[in-house]
Ligand binder design. Sequence first.
Ligand SMILES: Nc1ncnc2c1ncn2[C@@H]1O[C@H](COP(=O)(O)OC(=O)CCCC[C@@H]2CCSS2)[C@@H](O)[C@H]1O
Length: 337
Amino acid sequence: MKYLVTDTRDIRYNLALETYLMEHAQLDEPILYFYINSPCIILGRNQDAYEEVNLDYVREHNIIVTRRTSGGGAVFDDLGNVSFSFITKDDGHSNGNFAKFTNPVIEALHEMGATKAELSGRNDLQIEGKKFSGNAMRIAHGRMFSHGTLMYDVDLDVIGHALNVPKDKIESKGIKSVHSRVTNLKPHFTPAYQHLTIEEFRDTLAKKILGVSDLADAKEYVLSDEDKAAVAKINAEIFSNWDFVYGKSPKAAIQHRQHFDQGTVDFRFQIEGGKIAYLKVYGDFLGQEDVRDFEQRLLGVRYDREAINQKIDEGLVARVFGKITKDEIIDLLVRQE
Ligand SMILES: Nc1ncnc2c1ncn2[C@@H]1O[C@H](COP(=O)(O)OC(=O)CCCC[C@@H]2CCSS2)[C@@H](O)[C@H]1O
């Protein structure tokens, strides 16, 4: 087995590299790839960004949002998490067989003192019913990766803020994340492993899985300049591409209503491919002509604050909504439930 770590903490680059390896690497032997990410949310292949992510919160806290090509729910990573990925040829028996890839990790965690770590259900690693690792796979053209998170010292409070619990107002065909209870590994380890930097934790794991006492003895997968250029291209085209991250969201029908002094404003709208595909504004105090103008202007516009802001001006908002301000109207439209 070869091994590879990245220096970048940008999830989008790290996922691009994984994709590149899966599609193009020489896989005569498997590659064990580790990556560490600055705060980010990673949506599953078929999830609706608008439903799963608290977009106001992630904007305020500079949390990167991207999407992966494997299935499952949305997870949150920060610098207290290490992700591992086994990239290999598909032997035809791997689909859904997470144990094959998680067993070496579990053995290493046992050696570090987390003796109750186990594979639970289909794709979670848990300790006494609390999850510290979510796993997912992608298989294509006889090649595959199986990747998973490992929460060593993640800020657990942020998970609840950054990932949404979807409410009744958004109906979607996407898969919803299980907001299962989570735990960090650190407190479950023996004291010697409780004060590691995240890189030390990663390297300890790597050594145990690779069976070497010094990583210098491991076989490293070396990237050429051409490889690196190809990874940058995949990053730009896929993982950093707005259309891939937001535009892939399934159809959603949304209603946002709010009472103002003037009356109730009721937005009914649909998002398709991340853009406003249908919009109807209701409210007994509204004048008809300008309402239609307002609706028309927002059709086909990206469902985000900046894009909406550019399309409507104060004058139009005043003609339609009277004293309600443009900011209040945009807030209501993009409100997170
Ligand atoms: N970092 C992390 N690790 C483990 N569990 C998490 C994490 N963040 C959130 N969660 C919990 O898991 C559920 C979602 O569980 P669910 O089972 O729906 O989804 C997953 O587990 C997907 C794992 C994908 C792993 C990839 C590996 C490299 S890039 S991302 C979420 O609602 C939280 O309760």
